[in-house]
Design a protein around this ligand. Sequence first.
Ligand code: AMP
Ligand code: ZN
Ligand code: FE
Ligand code: FE
Length: 278
Amino acid sequence: MALADLHLHTTASDGRLTPSQLVHLCARRGLRVIAITDHDTTAALEEALETARLYPGLTVIPGIEFSTDIPGTEVHLLAYFIDHRSPALQEVLARFRQGRVERARRMVERLAQLGYPLEWDRVVALAGEASLGRPHIALAMVEKGYVATPKEAFERFLGRNGPAYVEREKLPPEEAVRLALRFHGLPVLAHPNEVQGVEEVLPPLVRAGLVGLEVYYGNYDGATQQRLLALAHHYHLLPTGGSDYHALGNPDEVEPGTVGPPLEVARQLMEMAGKATA
Ligand code: AMP
Ligand code: ZN
Ligand code: FE
Ligand code: FE
């Protein structure tokens, strides 16, 4: 078991546990440091920080996950300790979320053309107040019985090469690094093994101010972690990581605390942000 898990989602984006439920679960599982990193929203953070006060042994790092794009591949950037109370940041995030809604609408249209109609209102209801994402569409498809699991919805329809996939406007990854830094966030490249040509993607991000690389991630095996650890060392990046838990109910979902960086790495991240150590 890990003591730190620095990549977790809640109902503020496409996770299925509320911020409080997630914090309770992580405390029960013995985690010492967690980071909440919802897609394009910081709406979970106040509740999570408040709930964490019940657990003196548990530190919650406020975070976010930005979706960015370069031709041919998606690049996700985490930013820790971003100044989530900044109105200027919230304005930027509101624009990103609007782009998500428009894109989801087009994907639902695509699905109807393919013979898998969904009620748009149901997709919106599944998301609630959250930052809308493909997993909400996937859940609506499970409800309709079109697929057995969200994972199957991605594999057959919603994945990047799937027939219902629609692009949305995203930042170039360097811009997301700069955006994070502008609001005092510490930018970290998420799930690098999913990034095509990561060796070419990394150097410009490092020049822009990237501070970390996810190494201890999801279901990455030992060999993958070793390779990414070498890459992190090469660029003097902190080797971070986490489960990327969403509570989506996929069969092979990685539970919080199953994987994460050594506690020492979480401490270094906190030191870098000028926060007291756990
Ligand atoms: P979006 O933010 O709308 O682009 O959706 C991306 C999210 O979809 C990721 O953060 C994951 O939570 C989820 N996702 C991506 N690929 C899969 C998959 N193969 N199976 C289940 N969920 C996935
Ligand atoms: Zn997600
Ligand atoms: Fe991601
Ligand atoms: Fe994630």
